[in-house]
Design a protein. Structure first.
Length: 576
């Protein structure tokens, strides 16, 4: 576009936040949260975090397209840095945001996701029994590796701890980044190690025609090829404890030449052109911040109500008080009882005399002490009286607004169960758990890449032994890594009702045992093996336990007979 054409395109005025809709109670620029870029006004005139003027934040956006400008990487990235920094600040200062992030990260990862391996025996050309044995090896070896600190590049954390950190980062900033390294460490058999990195280490200043190939394009540190596939990242190489940090990033490939994951950036995309993630709690930040502002205003009210101001009141009549203001007169006659004692002959003398008197006889509010006042003076106490009836309603509304915007159960932010029944509580957790499962899927991608790297090495060094006739891992890694990740189950408001519901779903054919058990965080195959082992051991020891507590629907005499043999347990020991 020529300069003349550019001059003909009018720049739209920035969209202003509607005055009066933003209630911002603060006490000067230095309040608790104190971000000048967030809202540095005390009269409600500053912008909320809704930022209508998205197009103005990125220099590469087309200003004539505001508010939905063609921002580099998509409209969802226009304010991602502001949202990420604000979410981080609120995580450390706002109970609402802190509770949302901590609770959801606990549900997303918990004590760690467990992999239920189901190798595709048809694709691998092996039998079902061989696939089950191969899956057992993958589960056992990966679980042992993940539960140790061998998986950490620095040797400090288990895999579950690292993933919990990554879940927090994902909720704060909208993205999480990991480097999958190959390192030899003394006393550690495996060389596959994870190195979590902060998303800010992926250099956002790198944009343009950058990359190994001529047709590569880099957007905010993420390099794509001409088809849009991720090729690599510009990463600032920072280790824990580094004092001097290089400002020059390294370009690292997303995968090695043989397909092994090397660097991964994980987020929940809002649009196809998106290169970086945006915090899922971005919309929750404004009501959460306003809860803090409301608390500060309420605290100021409470201090005012608890404060007592003591004033000295005189009994002079209006005429006597007016007479005091005459200059160079003898006020001894005007002040009842003064008699001109002390030579008080003017207003200045009277003020000086009273000040001298109260300097010697100060008025205090100490219990058990009687204040001796001057002539015609009396003590009056004044306290503030304000109404607080709307505080709880307003705070609860803001808390629920923040929770709803972030897809979080309102009971997490406002844990008031007094007015919640079973149905309402169950529905709240159902909606919340839907978002948990969705975000767990993003963390599961990190787990899956870690599993890929581990299994590849374990097969190569003989830790996992392939069955006869199975192909090499690199020929069909997806067939080897078939399975699912199981995490912490949904909270239960009434375990008995949930158990009855699960039994009813199974008996009516609406769900399988595997589905019901997976919802409770239990692996169906592991449950079968353990149940078979327990029943076999009970028979060996001559023990009898009640197996079924479900009441019969028919009397025994009317029960239908069947010629089908009773199912026999599988003779298999417990899985470690």
């Amino acid at each position: 576009m020529s300069d003349d054409a550019k001059s003909m395109v009018p720049s739209p005025p920035p969209l202003q936040t509607a005055q009066g809709l933003h209630v911002q109670a603060s006490f000067g620029p230095q309040h608790r949260h104190g971000w000048g870029s967030f809202d540095d006004s005390s009269d409600g005139s500053g912008q909320r975090l809704a930022w209508a003027n998205r197009g103005r934040h990125d220099p590469l956006s087309l200003r004539n397209m505001s508010p939905y400008g063609l921002v580099q990487g998509g409209f969802s990235e226009a304010d991602r840095n502001k949202a990420a920094s604000t979410a981080t600040e609120l995580y450390m200062s706002s109970p609402a945001i802190h509770a949302m992030i901590e609770t959801h990260s606990a549900f997303i990862v918990g004590e760690g996701l467990r992999f239920c391996s189901r190798p595709n025996h048809q694709a691998l050309g092996i039998t079902k029994e061989q696939a089950v044995e191969l899956g057992d090896q993958i589960e056992r070896t990966f679980s042992a590796w993940a539960s140790s600190k061998d998986a950490d590049y620095s040797g400090r954390f288990t895999l579950a701890q690292m993933m919990r950190m990554q879940a927090r980062t994902l909720l704060r900033t909208g993205e999480a980044a990991v480097r999958f390294e190959w390192r030899t460490r003394r006393g550690v058999k495996t060389k596959t190690m994870l190195r979590p990195i902060e998303p800010v280490q992926i250099d956002q200043s790198r944009s343009g025609k950058l990359g190994p190939a001529d047709d590569d394009v880099t957007i905010k540190g993420v390099t794509r090829d001409k088809y849009g596939m991720i090729k690599g990242y510009f990463v600032l190489d920072i280790l824990p404890g580094d004092v001097v940090v290089s400002t020059q990033p390294k370009w690292l490939p997303a995968k090695t030449s043989f397909g092994r994951p090397h660097v991964g950036l994980y987020f929940d995309p809002l649009q196809a052109s998106q290169a970086r993630g945006r915090s899922p709690f971005a919309v929750s930040l404004t009501p959460a911040h306003e809860i803090g502002s409301l608390e500060e205003a309420q605290m100021a009210k409470n201090w005012a109500e608890a404060s007592v101001v003591s004033v000295i009141k005189t009994n002079l009549t209006p005429a006597q008080a007016a007479g005091i203001f005459r200059t160079n007169d003898d006020i001894s006659a005007g002040v009842a009882g003064s008699g001109g004692v002390g030579g008080v002959t003017s207003l200045a003398d009277m003020v000086e005399a009273r000040a001298a008197y109260y300097a010697v006889n100060p008025v205090t509010m100490d219990p058990g002490k009687i204040a001796v006042l001057g002539i015609n003076d009396e003590l009056q106490q004044v306290s503030a009286k304000t109404a607080n009836e709307n505080y709880q309603v307003f705070a609860k509304t803001l808390a629920r607004e923040a929770a709803a915007a972030g897809g979080v159960n309102p009971l997490i932010v406002d844990p008031d169960y007094s007015a919640v029944n079973f149905s309402a509580s169950r529905m709240s957790w159902e909606i919340d758990y839907t978002h948990v499962l969705h975000r767990r899927g993003i963390v599961a991608q990190m787990y899956q890449d870690a599993l890929y790297c581990f299994v590849e090495e374990a097969i190569a060094n003989g830790t996992i032994k392939l069955p006869k006739g199975a192909p090499a891992f690199w020929q069909d890694p997806a067939a080897f890594l078939c399975g699912c990740w199981i995490g912490k189950p949904r909270p239960s408001a009434d375990p008995l009702k949930d158990a009855q519901t699960g039994a009813l779903l199974i008996s009516t054919g609406q769900a399988t045992r595997a589905e019901v058990l997976a919802a409770r965080g239990i692996d169906y195959e592991e449950w079968l093996h353990q149940l078979s082992y327990e029943r076999e051991r009970e028979r060996e020891l001559g023990l009898t336990f009640q197996q079924d507590t479900t009441p019969a629907t028919k009397p025994d005499a009317e029960a239908e007979e069947t010629d089908e043999p009773a199912p026999q347990p599988i003779k298999k020991g417990p899985r470690p």
